[in-house]
Design a protein around this ligand. Structure first.
Ligand code: HEM
Length: 340
Protein backbone atom coordinates (compact mmCIF):
# COMPACT_ATOMS: atom_id res chain seq x y z
CA UNK A 1 0.00 0.00 0.00
CA UNK A 2 2.78 2.39 0.97
CA UNK A 3 4.64 1.70 -2.26
CA UNK A 4 1.63 2.29 -4.48
CA UNK A 5 0.85 5.53 -2.64
CA UNK A 6 4.45 6.66 -2.98
CA UNK A 7 4.23 6.04 -6.70
CA UNK A 8 1.14 8.25 -6.93
CA UNK A 9 2.52 10.94 -4.62
CA UNK A 10 1.23 14.45 -5.30
CA UNK A 11 -1.35 13.08 -7.73
CA UNK A 12 -5.08 12.67 -7.21
CA UNK A 13 -5.59 9.10 -6.08
CA UNK A 14 -8.69 6.95 -5.58
CA UNK A 15 -8.07 5.51 -2.12
CA UNK A 16 -10.71 2.75 -2.29
CA UNK A 17 -8.89 0.58 -4.80
CA UNK A 18 -5.60 0.85 -2.95
CA UNK A 19 -7.28 -0.07 0.34
CA UNK A 20 -9.15 -3.04 -1.15
CA UNK A 21 -5.90 -4.37 -2.64
CA UNK A 22 -4.11 -3.93 0.68
CA UNK A 23 -6.82 -5.72 2.69
CA UNK A 24 -7.07 -8.60 0.21
CA UNK A 25 -3.31 -8.97 0.35
CA UNK A 26 -3.30 -9.20 4.15
CA UNK A 27 -6.24 -11.62 4.25
CA UNK A 28 -4.75 -13.80 1.47
CA UNK A 29 -1.42 -14.05 3.25
CA UNK A 30 -3.06 -15.13 6.50
CA UNK A 31 -5.70 -17.41 4.95
CA UNK A 32 -3.88 -18.85 1.95
CA UNK A 33 -0.33 -18.52 3.29
CA UNK A 34 0.66 -16.23 0.44
CA UNK A 35 -0.83 -13.98 -2.19
CA UNK A 36 -2.86 -15.89 -4.81
CA UNK A 37 -0.83 -16.56 -7.96
CA UNK A 38 -3.13 -14.34 -10.04
CA UNK A 39 -3.70 -11.70 -7.38
CA UNK A 40 -4.89 -9.03 -9.82
CA UNK A 41 -7.77 -11.24 -11.06
CA UNK A 42 -8.68 -12.11 -7.46
CA UNK A 43 -8.73 -8.42 -6.55
CA UNK A 44 -10.93 -7.60 -9.54
CA UNK A 45 -13.43 -10.40 -8.83
CA UNK A 46 -13.58 -9.56 -5.11
CA UNK A 47 -14.06 -5.89 -5.92
CA UNK A 48 -17.02 -6.80 -8.18
CA UNK A 49 -18.47 -9.13 -5.53
CA UNK A 50 -18.11 -6.44 -2.89
CA UNK A 51 -20.12 -4.02 -5.02
CA UNK A 52 -22.71 -6.71 -5.93
CA UNK A 53 -23.19 -7.83 -2.30
CA UNK A 54 -23.97 -4.38 -0.97
CA UNK A 55 -26.33 -3.41 -3.77
CA UNK A 56 -30.03 -3.33 -3.12
CA UNK A 57 -31.71 -6.53 -4.27
CA UNK A 58 -35.45 -6.40 -4.79
CA UNK A 59 -35.83 -10.19 -4.24
CA UNK A 60 -34.72 -9.80 -0.61
CA UNK A 61 -38.04 -8.05 -0.05
CA UNK A 62 -40.20 -9.56 -2.81
CA UNK A 63 -38.86 -13.06 -3.60
CA UNK A 64 -41.37 -13.43 -6.44
CA UNK A 65 -39.83 -10.45 -8.27
CA UNK A 66 -36.81 -12.48 -9.43
CA UNK A 67 -37.68 -11.76 -13.07
CA UNK A 68 -36.54 -8.14 -12.51
CA UNK A 69 -32.98 -9.37 -11.96
CA UNK A 70 -33.21 -11.40 -15.17
CA UNK A 71 -34.47 -8.43 -17.20
CA UNK A 72 -31.86 -6.03 -15.81
CA UNK A 73 -29.06 -8.54 -16.46
CA UNK A 74 -28.14 -8.66 -12.74
CA UNK A 75 -28.68 -12.40 -12.51
CA UNK A 76 -26.38 -13.16 -15.47
CA UNK A 77 -23.73 -10.91 -13.92
CA UNK A 78 -23.98 -12.69 -10.54
CA UNK A 79 -23.78 -16.13 -12.18
CA UNK A 80 -20.67 -15.05 -14.06
CA UNK A 81 -19.10 -13.73 -10.85
CA UNK A 82 -20.01 -16.97 -9.07
CA UNK A 83 -18.29 -19.02 -11.77
CA UNK A 84 -15.21 -16.79 -11.79
CA UNK A 85 -14.85 -16.99 -8.02
CA UNK A 86 -15.53 -20.71 -7.90
CA UNK A 87 -12.73 -21.28 -10.43
CA UNK A 88 -10.37 -19.29 -8.23
CA UNK A 89 -11.40 -21.26 -5.11
CA UNK A 90 -10.94 -24.60 -6.93
CA UNK A 91 -7.52 -23.43 -8.03
CA UNK A 92 -6.58 -22.45 -4.46
CA UNK A 93 -7.61 -25.90 -3.17
CA UNK A 94 -5.68 -27.61 -5.94
CA UNK A 95 -2.57 -25.56 -5.20
CA UNK A 96 -2.79 -26.41 -1.50
CA UNK A 97 -3.36 -30.12 -2.15
CA UNK A 98 -0.24 -30.22 -4.32
CA UNK A 99 1.94 -28.35 -1.80
CA UNK A 100 1.07 -29.78 1.59
CA UNK A 101 3.30 -28.89 4.54
CA UNK A 102 4.34 -31.86 6.67
CA UNK A 103 2.07 -32.66 9.66
CA UNK A 104 2.85 -30.39 12.61
CA UNK A 105 4.75 -28.00 10.35
CA UNK A 106 4.17 -24.48 11.66
CA UNK A 107 3.83 -23.00 8.17
CA UNK A 108 0.35 -24.55 7.70
CA UNK A 109 -2.19 -21.88 6.76
CA UNK A 110 -5.96 -21.91 7.26
CA UNK A 111 -6.63 -23.81 4.02
CA UNK A 112 -4.02 -26.47 4.93
CA UNK A 113 -5.69 -26.93 8.31
CA UNK A 114 -9.17 -27.21 6.76
CA UNK A 115 -7.94 -29.76 4.22
CA UNK A 116 -6.27 -31.77 6.98
CA UNK A 117 -9.49 -31.82 9.00
CA UNK A 118 -11.45 -32.76 5.87
CA UNK A 119 -9.24 -35.81 5.38
CA UNK A 120 -9.26 -36.99 8.99
CA UNK A 121 -11.29 -40.19 9.11
CA UNK A 122 -13.09 -39.67 12.43
CA UNK A 123 -15.52 -36.89 11.51
CA UNK A 124 -19.20 -37.48 12.33
CA UNK A 125 -20.12 -34.80 9.86
CA UNK A 126 -17.81 -34.86 6.83
CA UNK A 127 -16.47 -31.55 5.54
CA UNK A 128 -17.11 -31.17 1.81
CA UNK A 129 -15.09 -29.21 -0.72
CA UNK A 130 -17.93 -26.69 -0.80
CA UNK A 131 -17.64 -26.24 2.99
CA UNK A 132 -13.94 -25.44 2.68
CA UNK A 133 -14.61 -23.07 -0.21
CA UNK A 134 -17.36 -21.35 1.80
CA UNK A 135 -14.94 -20.64 4.67
CA UNK A 136 -12.34 -19.13 2.31
CA UNK A 137 -15.06 -17.09 0.60
CA UNK A 138 -16.38 -15.87 3.98
CA UNK A 139 -12.92 -14.76 5.06
CA UNK A 140 -12.18 -13.00 1.78
CA UNK A 141 -15.54 -11.32 1.18
CA UNK A 142 -16.66 -10.55 4.76
CA UNK A 143 -13.21 -9.35 5.77
CA UNK A 144 -12.32 -7.35 2.69
CA UNK A 145 -15.35 -5.16 2.24
CA UNK A 146 -15.89 -4.23 5.89
CA UNK A 147 -12.25 -3.50 6.68
CA UNK A 148 -11.52 -1.49 3.53
CA UNK A 149 -14.75 0.50 3.81
CA UNK A 150 -14.12 1.36 7.46
CA UNK A 151 -10.63 2.60 6.57
CA UNK A 152 -12.00 4.70 3.70
CA UNK A 153 -14.60 6.22 6.05
CA UNK A 154 -11.96 6.99 8.68
CA UNK A 155 -9.82 8.77 6.09
CA UNK A 156 -12.84 10.64 4.73
CA UNK A 157 -13.72 11.89 8.22
CA UNK A 158 -10.08 12.89 8.84
CA UNK A 159 -9.91 14.76 5.53
CA UNK A 160 -12.95 16.74 6.66
CA UNK A 161 -11.50 17.34 10.13
CA UNK A 162 -7.82 18.32 9.63
CA UNK A 163 -7.39 19.06 13.37
CA UNK A 164 -8.23 15.47 14.23
CA UNK A 165 -5.91 14.20 11.51
CA UNK A 166 -3.10 16.41 12.80
CA UNK A 167 -3.57 15.14 16.35
CA UNK A 168 -3.44 11.51 15.14
CA UNK A 169 -0.33 12.22 13.07
CA UNK A 170 1.38 13.86 16.03
CA UNK A 171 0.64 10.84 18.19
CA UNK A 172 2.15 8.56 15.53
CA UNK A 173 5.13 10.71 14.66
CA UNK A 174 6.20 11.15 18.28
CA UNK A 175 5.88 7.44 19.05
CA UNK A 176 7.11 5.55 16.00
CA UNK A 177 10.88 5.36 15.54
CA UNK A 178 12.20 5.00 12.00
CA UNK A 179 10.62 3.24 9.08
CA UNK A 180 8.63 0.47 10.70
CA UNK A 181 5.46 0.81 12.72
CA UNK A 182 5.50 -2.01 15.27
CA UNK A 183 2.60 -3.78 17.02
CA UNK A 184 3.76 -2.14 20.26
CA UNK A 185 3.52 1.29 18.58
CA UNK A 186 -0.04 0.56 17.47
CA UNK A 187 -0.96 -0.66 20.96
CA UNK A 188 0.03 2.70 22.41
CA UNK A 189 -1.94 4.73 19.84
CA UNK A 190 -4.83 5.73 22.09
CA UNK A 191 -6.08 8.50 19.85
CA UNK A 192 -5.94 6.31 16.72
CA UNK A 193 -8.02 3.71 18.56
CA UNK A 194 -10.60 6.37 19.48
CA UNK A 195 -10.75 7.42 15.81
CA UNK A 196 -11.45 3.82 14.87
CA UNK A 197 -14.24 3.50 17.45
CA UNK A 198 -15.81 6.76 16.31
CA UNK A 199 -15.61 5.66 12.66
CA UNK A 200 -17.29 2.34 13.43
CA UNK A 201 -19.95 4.12 15.51
CA UNK A 202 -20.92 6.39 12.62
CA UNK A 203 -20.09 4.16 9.66
CA UNK A 204 -19.98 0.52 10.80
CA UNK A 205 -19.99 -1.11 7.36
CA UNK A 206 -22.60 -3.92 7.53
CA UNK A 207 -25.27 -2.14 9.53
CA UNK A 208 -28.33 -4.41 9.34
CA UNK A 209 -28.02 -7.67 11.24
CA UNK A 210 -30.70 -10.31 10.68
CA UNK A 211 -32.04 -12.26 13.64
CA UNK A 212 -35.06 -14.50 14.26
CA UNK A 213 -36.92 -14.19 17.56
CA UNK A 214 -37.01 -17.45 19.54
CA UNK A 215 -40.21 -16.61 21.42
CA UNK A 216 -42.92 -13.96 21.62
CA UNK A 217 -41.68 -10.78 23.25
CA UNK A 218 -42.44 -7.08 23.59
CA UNK A 219 -39.83 -4.40 22.99
CA UNK A 220 -40.67 -0.72 23.57
CA UNK A 221 -44.36 -1.57 23.32
CA UNK A 222 -43.96 -3.43 20.01
CA UNK A 223 -45.05 -7.04 19.98
CA UNK A 224 -42.57 -9.33 18.23
CA UNK A 225 -43.99 -12.78 17.54
CA UNK A 226 -41.88 -15.92 17.79
CA UNK A 227 -39.89 -16.74 14.64
CA UNK A 228 -40.22 -13.21 13.26
CA UNK A 229 -37.27 -12.11 11.14
CA UNK A 230 -35.97 -8.81 12.45
CA UNK A 231 -33.13 -6.58 11.34
CA UNK A 232 -31.07 -5.03 14.11
CA UNK A 233 -29.86 -1.62 12.95
CA UNK A 234 -26.34 -1.10 14.30
CA UNK A 235 -26.17 2.37 12.78
CA UNK A 236 -29.32 3.46 14.65
CA UNK A 237 -27.77 2.16 17.91
CA UNK A 238 -24.57 4.10 17.19
CA UNK A 239 -26.43 7.35 16.57
CA UNK A 240 -29.20 7.07 19.15
CA UNK A 241 -29.49 10.50 20.87
CA UNK A 242 -30.52 8.72 24.10
CA UNK A 243 -27.09 7.08 24.20
CA UNK A 244 -24.82 9.61 22.52
CA UNK A 245 -24.34 13.36 22.84
CA UNK A 246 -24.24 15.14 19.48
CA UNK A 247 -24.55 11.72 17.81
CA UNK A 248 -24.08 12.82 14.19
CA UNK A 249 -20.74 14.56 14.78
CA UNK A 250 -17.37 12.87 14.44
CA UNK A 251 -15.75 13.38 17.87
CA UNK A 252 -13.19 10.69 18.77
CA UNK A 253 -12.61 12.39 22.16
CA UNK A 254 -16.04 11.15 23.30
CA UNK A 255 -14.33 7.81 24.04
CA UNK A 256 -11.66 9.39 26.26
CA UNK A 257 -13.56 8.76 29.46
CA UNK A 258 -15.94 6.11 28.21
CA UNK A 259 -15.59 2.37 28.68
CA UNK A 260 -17.94 1.62 25.77
CA UNK A 261 -16.36 -0.89 23.41
CA UNK A 262 -17.32 -2.60 20.16
CA UNK A 263 -16.88 -6.17 21.35
CA UNK A 264 -20.61 -6.86 21.54
CA UNK A 265 -21.34 -6.24 25.22
CA UNK A 266 -22.35 -2.56 24.85
CA UNK A 267 -25.46 -2.34 22.70
CA UNK A 268 -24.86 1.36 21.97
CA UNK A 269 -21.93 0.30 19.77
CA UNK A 270 -22.32 -2.94 17.85
CA UNK A 271 -20.52 -2.52 14.49
CA UNK A 272 -19.39 -6.17 14.74
CA UNK A 273 -22.77 -7.45 15.91
CA UNK A 274 -23.35 -9.20 19.21
CA UNK A 275 -24.21 -12.58 20.62
CA UNK A 276 -23.60 -15.98 19.11
CA UNK A 277 -23.15 -14.69 15.55
CA UNK A 278 -20.87 -11.81 16.49
CA UNK A 279 -18.15 -11.18 13.89
CA UNK A 280 -15.36 -13.72 14.44
CA UNK A 281 -12.91 -11.40 12.69
CA UNK A 282 -13.02 -8.49 15.19
CA UNK A 283 -9.35 -8.57 16.23
CA UNK A 284 -8.25 -9.30 12.69
CA UNK A 285 -10.39 -6.50 11.23
CA UNK A 286 -9.33 -3.99 13.90
CA UNK A 287 -5.68 -4.93 13.33
CA UNK A 288 -6.01 -4.45 9.56
CA UNK A 289 -7.64 -1.02 9.91
CA UNK A 290 -5.29 0.23 12.64
CA UNK A 291 -2.26 -0.79 10.60
CA UNK A 292 -3.65 0.77 7.43
CA UNK A 293 -4.49 4.05 9.18
CA UNK A 294 -1.14 4.16 10.97
CA UNK A 295 0.68 3.70 7.64
CA UNK A 296 -1.43 6.31 5.86
CA UNK A 297 -1.03 8.89 8.60
CA UNK A 298 2.59 8.27 9.55
CA UNK A 299 4.15 8.17 6.10
CA UNK A 300 1.96 10.69 4.29
CA UNK A 301 0.36 14.08 4.56
CA UNK A 302 -2.90 14.48 2.67
CA UNK A 303 -4.58 17.10 0.54
CA UNK A 304 -7.93 17.26 -1.22
CA UNK A 305 -7.89 17.61 -5.01
CA UNK A 306 -9.11 20.58 -7.08
CA UNK A 307 -8.73 23.06 -4.24
CA UNK A 308 -11.63 21.43 -2.37
CA UNK A 309 -11.95 22.72 1.20
CA UNK A 310 -12.36 20.14 4.00
CA UNK A 311 -15.92 21.28 4.80
CA UNK A 312 -16.85 20.87 1.10
CA UNK A 313 -16.02 17.15 1.11
CA UNK A 314 -19.21 15.22 0.42
CA UNK A 315 -19.64 12.37 2.91
CA UNK A 316 -23.03 11.29 1.61
CA UNK A 317 -23.63 7.59 2.15
CA UNK A 318 -24.56 5.41 -0.80
CA UNK A 319 -28.10 4.11 -0.36
CA UNK A 320 -26.99 0.51 -0.36
CA UNK A 321 -27.43 -2.29 2.17
CA UNK A 322 -23.98 -1.73 3.56
CA UNK A 323 -23.13 1.91 3.69
CA UNK A 324 -20.08 3.06 1.85
CA UNK A 325 -19.21 6.59 0.78
CA UNK A 326 -21.35 7.44 -2.26
CA UNK A 327 -18.44 9.30 -3.83
CA UNK A 328 -15.23 7.26 -3.53
CA UNK A 329 -12.64 9.29 -1.66
CA UNK A 330 -10.09 10.98 -3.91
CA UNK A 331 -7.05 12.40 -2.15
CA UNK A 332 -3.50 13.57 -2.85
CA UNK A 333 -0.81 11.76 -0.84
CA UNK A 334 2.33 13.70 -0.01
CA UNK A 335 5.22 11.52 1.03
CA UNK A 336 6.72 12.57 4.38
CA UNK A 337 10.51 11.96 4.47
CA UNK A 338 11.66 10.22 7.64
CA UNK A 339 13.73 12.43 9.95
CA UNK A 340 14.88 9.71 12.30
C1 HEM B 1 -14.15 -3.46 10.29
C2 HEM B 1 -14.14 -4.73 10.01
C3 HEM B 1 -15.34 -5.63 10.19
C4 HEM B 1 -16.62 -5.32 10.56
C5 HEM B 1 -17.22 -3.95 10.89
C6 HEM B 1 -17.37 -6.56 10.58
C7 HEM B 1 -18.70 -6.67 10.91
C8 HEM B 1 -19.41 -7.84 10.94
C9 HEM B 1 -20.80 -7.96 11.32
C10 HEM B 1 -21.69 -6.80 11.74
C11 HEM B 1 -21.14 -9.26 11.22
C12 HEM B 1 -22.53 -9.86 11.57
C13 HEM B 1 -22.53 -10.09 13.10
C14 HEM B 1 -23.86 -10.41 13.69
O1 HEM B 1 -24.79 -10.79 12.95
O2 HEM B 1 -24.00 -10.27 14.93
C15 HEM B 1 -19.97 -9.98 10.77
C16 HEM B 1 -19.93 -11.32 10.53
C17 HEM B 1 -18.83 -11.98 10.06
N1 HEM B 1 -17.57 -11.46 9.88
FE1 HEM B 1 -17.01 -9.56 10.16
N2 HEM B 1 -16.52 -7.58 10.23
C18 HEM B 1 -15.28 -7.06 10.00
C19 HEM B 1 -14.13 -7.74 9.63
C20 HEM B 1 -14.08 -9.08 9.42
C21 HEM B 1 -12.87 -9.82 9.05
C22 HEM B 1 -11.49 -9.18 8.86
C23 HEM B 1 -13.24 -11.13 8.90
C24 HEM B 1 -12.41 -12.33 8.53
C25 HEM B 1 -11.35 -12.29 7.79
C26 HEM B 1 -14.67 -11.21 9.17
C27 HEM B 1 -15.40 -12.35 9.10
C28 HEM B 1 -16.75 -12.44 9.40
C29 HEM B 1 -17.52 -13.68 9.28
C30 HEM B 1 -16.99 -15.03 8.79
C31 HEM B 1 -18.82 -13.39 9.70
C32 HEM B 1 -20.03 -14.33 9.77
C33 HEM B 1 -20.13 -14.91 11.19
C34 HEM B 1 -21.37 -15.78 11.39
O3 HEM B 1 -22.35 -15.66 10.67
O4 HEM B 1 -21.35 -16.60 12.33
N3 HEM B 1 -15.13 -9.96 9.49
N4 HEM B 1 -18.92 -9.10 10.61
Amino acid sequence: MRRSLESSARRTTALREILVKYVIDVICRSTLGDTYKDQSTLVKVLFDIMIAVIQFDVTSYYPSAGFINVITGKKAKWLKLHKQFDDILEDILEQHRNNRPADGHDQADLVDVLLRIQESADLDLPITNDNVKAVILDMLVAGTSASSMATEWAMAELMRKPDIMKKAQEELRTTVKGNTITDADIESMHYLKMILKETLRLHGPPFLMPRISRKDCTVDGYHIPAKARILVNALACGTDPDSWEDPESFIPERFEKSSINYLGADFELIPFGAGRRVCPGISFGVGIIENALATLLYHFDWKLPNGLKPHELDLTEAAELSILPKHPLHVIPINVPLEK
